[in-house]
Design a protein around this ligand. Structure first.
Ligand code: FAD
Ligand code: EPU
Length: 335
C-alpha cells in the first residue's frame, strides 16, 4: 500500500522529521516490481534501517522501505558455508544467526545498525574487518529494466566506505540479496583496537567468535550512542587518507597523532582525533552537537533539522581544514 506525506522520523536513526511524498514497504522482489512498474514516480529512494542518511528536506520521491527476509545456506565445502541473505534482514540479526551456527567472519561487525542490503553500499567495516572480506556475490534489481543482475566481488569495486553502487551505479539498482562466504573453522581476529584489552578484562585468553562478538559489543556500547536513545548515524565523516607529508607536518606540534598505514606514500588519520583536537568534542548548540564520547559522531538531542546538522558538519570541516590542512569528507548520505 502506498501512503502519501509519510512522516519519516521512525525510519532514520538521526530522528529527523521530514515527510516522503509517497511511501511503501516491500518484502519480496515481486512486490518491488509491482510498486516500481505499477506507479508513476519522479524519483526513488530505497531505505533500509535509515542509519546512514541525513534528511535535510522533505523527500519528493517514492520512498521504499526494504523488508525482504531470508537466511539460507546455499552450499558448503570443507572450509566454508555460502549463506544467501535477504537484503531487508537486520544486519545484527544476520550476525547473531552466524554465531548460532558457529560460522565465522562477521563477529567483528557485531552491532552495526541497518540492513544486510545496505552493507555492500559502503562496504561496512569495523575492528579490522570489512564486508568485502566475507562477500561472495549479490543480486540486484535493475530499476530501468526490471532484470536481476548478479555482481561478484570484483564488480562491486569495494574500497574504504566505498562501492560501485555509491559511484557509477548510484541509483540504478536495488540490492535484493547478498551471499556471504563464512568460515566453518573461524580464525580469530582480535588484534584491532581495544578487542584484546576488552577480552583481558573479561578474563578470556582463547576467545571463540561468540566471545569476540561480546567484546566488540561492549566496546561499541561504551562509546557509540544507541540511536534509540540519541539520534545519530554513526561516524559522520570518513577517516581521511592523506599524503605522508601532511601527517609529518601535524606531527611537529602533535607527536602523538594517530595514523594508520594506507597505499604507498599515504596514511590514514583518525578524523575523531582531529575533530577532538580542534575543540569540537561535546560541542552543543540548540538541540544538536558532537557526541561527548566520540567526536566523529554528530547527534540530534531531539527536534533538530537535517539542515542544522549539515551546517554544523560544514563548520567542523572548515575548522579542521584551517587547523590541520586536512579536508574531511562526509560518510553519511546527505539527502
Ligand atoms: P540506509 O541508511 O537505509 O541507506 C544507506 C544508503 O544505502 C542510502 O543511500 C540508501 O538509498 C541505500 N540503500 C539502502 N539499502 C539499499 C538496497 N537494498 N539497495 C540499494 N540501495 C540501498 N557503518 C560502518 O561501516 N561501520 C560501523 O562501525 C558503523 N557503526 C555505526 C554505528 C551507529 C550507532 C550508526 C547509527 C551507524 C553506524 N554505521 C556504521 C553506519 C550504518 O550502520 C551502515 O552504513 C549501514 O550499512 C546502513 O544500513 P541501513 O540499512 O540503515 O542503510
Ligand atoms: N579518537 C579521538 N577522539 C575521539 C574519537 C577517536 O582521539 O573523539 C581517536 C582514538 O583514540 C583512536 C582513533 O581516534 O586513536 C580511532 O578511534 P576509534 O577506534 O574509536 O575508531 P574511529 O576511527 O573513530 C572507525 C570507524 C567506525 C568503526 C570503528 C571501529 C570510520 C569513519 N569509522 O571509527 O565506523 O566502528 O573505526 O573499527 O571509519 C561508522 O562508519 O559509522 C563507524 C562507526
Amino acid at each position: 500500500m502506498i501512503t502519501t506525506h509519510e512522516d519519516l522520523t521512525p525510519f532514520n536513526t538521526f530522528g529527523i522529521k521530514v515527510h516522503a511524498a509517497s511511501f511503501a514497504r516491500f518484502s519480496s522482489v515481486s512486490e518491488l516490481r509491482t510498486l516500481l512498474h505499477g506507479n508513476a514516480f519522479k524519483d526513488l529512494l530505497i531505505l533500509g534501517g535509515g542509519s546512514n542518511v541525513l534528511f535535510t528536506k522533505d523527500v519528493d520521491a517514492l520512498v521504499l522501505r526494504n523488508e525482504i527476509q531470508g537466511f539460507e545456506v546455499q552450499w558448503e565445502d570443507n572450509s566454508f558455508a555460502y549463506v544467501k541473505v535477504g537484503s531487508g534482514m537486520v544486519w545484527h540479526e544476520f550476525v547473531l544467526q552466524c554465531l548460532e551456527l558457529n560460522l565465522g567472519g562477521v563477529e567483528n561487525l557485531s552491532l552495526i545498525p541497518g540492513s544486510v542490503g545496505a552493507s555492500p553500499m559502503q562496504n561496512i567495516g569495523a575492528y579490522g574487518v570489512e564486508i568485502k572480506d566475507v562477500f561472495h556475490s549479490l543480486e540486484a534489481y535493475h530499476i530501468a529494466t526490471g532484470d536481476i543482475h548478479t555482481f561478484d566481488l570484483d564488480q562491486c569495486e569495494f574500497g574504504y566506505r566505498e562501492s560501485v553502487f555509491k559511484r557509477k551505479l548510484k541509483g540504478k539498482y536495488v540490492i535484493v540479496a547478498v551471499t556471504f562466504r563464512l568460515s566453518k573453522h573461524p580464525k580469530i581476529n582480535s588484534s584491532y583496537g581495544a578487542i584484546d584489552a576488552e577480552l583481558k578484562k573479561m578474563g578470556i585468553t582463547q576467545p571463540s567468535i561468540q566471545e569476540i562478538s561480546k567484546a566488540v559489543i561492549a566496546i561499541r556500547s561504551s562509546k557509540l550512542p544507541d540511536p534509540k536513545v540519541l539520534g545519530n548515524a554513526g561516524s559522520f565523516f570518513k577517516n581521511p587518507v592523506v599524503d605522508l607529508e601532511v601527517m609529518k607536518k601535524i606531527k611537529v606540534t602533535e607527536p602523538d597523532v594517530p595514523n594508520y598505514p594506507a597505499e604507498a606514500g599515504k596514511c590514514k588519520l583518525a578524523a575523531g582525533w582531529l575533530i577532538e583536537k580542534a575543540g569540537w568534542k561535546g560541542f552543543t548548540e540548540k538541540t544538536y552537537g558532537v557526541h561527548t564520547l566520540q567526536a566523529l559522531v554528530l547527534v540530534n538531542y531531539g527536534g533538530s533539522t537535517g539542515h542544522e546538522v549539515y551546517e554544523l558538519s560544514s563548520r567542523i570541516i572548515a575548522d579542521v581544514e584551517m587547523k590541520f590542512g586536512v579536508t574531511l569528507e562526509r560518510e553519511v548520505n546527505i539527502l
